[in-house]
Design a protein. Sequence first.
Length: 446
Amino acid sequence: MTAAPTARRRGWRSPDTGTRRRGWQSLDAAAGGLALDAGLHVAAATFAAVTAAASTLVPHRAWGGVAAVGYLLAAVAATGQLLLRRRRPGSPLVGLRARWAVTGYAWSTTTLLPLAWQSVQRAGGRTDRAQEEVLVVEESGRRLVDTGTPYLGPDAIAALPPGEQLLGYTPYQPGMALFGLPRAAVDAWPTDARVWFAGGTALALALAVRVLTTGGHRRAGDRTGAAVLRGVQAATVLPVCALTLATGGDDLPVLALCLLALAFAAAGRPGRAGLAVGLAGALKLLAWPVALVLIVWGLTRRAGLRVAAGALGLPAVALLPSLLVDREALVENVLRFPLGHGLVTSPAQSPFPGHLIATALPAGRAVATALLLAAGLSIAVRLARRPPRTAVAAALFCGYGLLAAILLMPTTRFGYVLYPIALLVWAPALRSPVSANSGADSGDTA
């Protein structure tokens, strides 16, 4: 009667879970991680080249033309490391630091370089060098300075010409407007919102790496370091992330702050985890499910209030001024528009199951909404019955939960998949030194 629970407490895993984990670990560790590095860069170069040739969005094509070359050179470097490892396996040119160097080069040439190039061209008069979210964030910064709220009310949006009403909406939390403040002060390429998105992303990821590679995690050696590197690659050089940051970018600081919050959780710092995910929640609603999971994680450690103080407090503080200045404008932008009840319809129509059901079936939107609610309810029940007791389990809950939500939402964007991908790849980096070496981490099967 007690054998199964006892085995689970000792780190037992079902055969299927263990097979999946060993399969991924074998692939990830092949040739010291260099095989997957090379494969990632080759696949990314192909994606960028196809984007440059076939994308219907001009900023995306411009990104692909630059990024394809950067990814190709990174693939050549990783392949050279792979070949060198066969002849000189102890060479520092094939070690973890060298892999970090190639990753840094790849991010610089596939994200930062095209970002800076497009920002300079935009400042010089090109109107096709930024996605709409950049313009929306910068305009929200100007409104915040002028009126005290980043949002236009429904009457003001209705008064805009029909072709401009969509850009009148700001479907973000108030904190996102801070990235638009530099442009409100000076109209120059360094004040492009994407430049500040990139700075915030880099800072949050650097802090996350520091948290996971110092203190107790350092004792796990290169194995933990390699997992951290793979997680950083997923949030930086993965094409969906690089493309998003170079052309739009508002999701990347949100993602990076969520990863930082999970890193603090892995380090046993619940208060800081709450602050980090609270900052993310003050930028975008997509961070709120991560905050909920981390609060539940905190409850398992008798630190739920410490997590909740930052996770809920910071978004509340960010919302309060806009609520006091113009409550109707806040509701119109943050609730009605994302739920499809605004004056105009969101153009986010990626062909995921939720959108296909909503558009192809009678009463399809109601069916898709019901499926989304059912998925959310099942995740909530599982969260209550088997709360995540480790940062790894919390990351898996967040990754799979957001993936289900993105697939089932009637209106969503393809780029949102960067959240579940990065969260799931980040999970192995969150294992404690003991579990990193032993392969057992209680509660990893979210």
